[in-house]
Design a protein around this ligand. Sequence first.
Ligand SMILES: [Zn+2]
Length: 491
Amino acid sequence: MFKKIILSLLGIVLLLAAMLLFNTLRQTSKQLGQVKTNKATVDKDLVVNHLGGALRHKTISNNLNQMYDLGKNFTAFHQYLDSIYPNLTAKLTKETFAKYSLLYTWKGKNTALKPVLLLAHQDVVPVDGTSEKDWEFDAFSGTVANGYVLGRGALDDKTSLIGIMEAVEMLVKNGFQPERTIYLAFGHDEEVGGLGAQTIVEALQARKIELEMVVDEGGLISKGSIPGIQQEVALIGTAEKGYCSVELTVKGEGGHSSMPPPQTAVGVLSAAIQRLEANQMPARIAGATRQMLDFIAADAPFFLRLLFSNLWISEPLLRSQFVKSNSGNAALRTTTAATVFNAGIKDNVIPTQAKAVVNFRIIPGETIEDVLAHVKRTINDPRIAVAQSKSQMGQNPSPVSPTDHPSFQTLHQSIREVFPDVLVAPYLVVGATDSRRFIPICKNIYRFMPIRIASEDLKRVHGTNERVKVDCVVESVQFYARLIENLNGLK
Ligand SMILES: [Zn+2]
């Protein structure tokens, strides 16, 4: 009897091992096989000068635009683009939306094909006064030094904008004609809401235009972005998280602090926030994050390959590892961040009101309604009013774009032709981009910047000493040129 039990247990273990192994070995690489490197010859000095010049234009977006009239900076930037890209300016049609957002149309030979839109933004975040002195060079000097171009916007997002313009200028000059129409769209207020991009989308909708593909800023090319993968990975954002800020308000009795109630409005609200932090929304490996593990599995080291290929059994283990880091956690769940807390006016006065804002970034598969229901259920306190913030626009997460669509393949191919040594993987963008505005008119939205980046330089985005390698500026031009040429083969 005992022997029988041992034998059947052994049988189950062997069967399980065989299944795991079968799933692991069955996974074939999703990377394109042999790809011939194909890089255009680019005048490095010229391109770097153009980018430096772009960084000198203070196209700063902030909510105080109207007060400081930064509009003239955008107008000057537009004139600058016209002057350095004469062939593009002569060939493409340029329209302006919402005062400063630009839409260029490069008419294709075959108007029956759906157009493709390349998206970037002109605006940059301000340099805050306290960090200004920490910049090696003036943040708006576009200085080239030690193999880098330095300045606010070098990574976010002027290398993409200049890369796109440079590639089109080069192709127009060479007499290249696109098969399908190509739009270049450059919003002017991405960092503060993206109404410029929204206006462009509305114009395209009015013209009954549907897009085959949108390529916007998003993932970069770096090492260490996927745990356990040593190689550089080019991350293509196939989805982006939603956004919702929730206001919590408590009204109190007020009065003198010498005879306080057991709990003031501050105490009530603090307890509520503590409950929200302790009871996060569930972590799951789904959507674009699941797509990523599935896509990379066959090229991962054996143990990870085993785990990534058998999510049906390995998911709890992977989940527990992922959520240990802030970035891994953000990829797996709707995150909770208490960001604003206001109450009280004086140390001896009981506050009559306490107000807090909690910011949620929503994973695909959940909605703003789910977040509000979660907040109410978790706080479970009738003294606290819960409402979606009216000052910050809420946004549901994007749909997940496919990785088996020819447009993704075209992107993949173009990446490998210019960056032959990298792996390609889809992923979830945890921030928000202008591309979300295009959801109503496009199913294949990909968020990718053709820039190799070291992890220490990632911190410089929106930070101090933002910079991009000179060689990477050249590669970004080569990438956009290949992408546009390859679009002629996209059926
Ligand atoms: Zn950006």
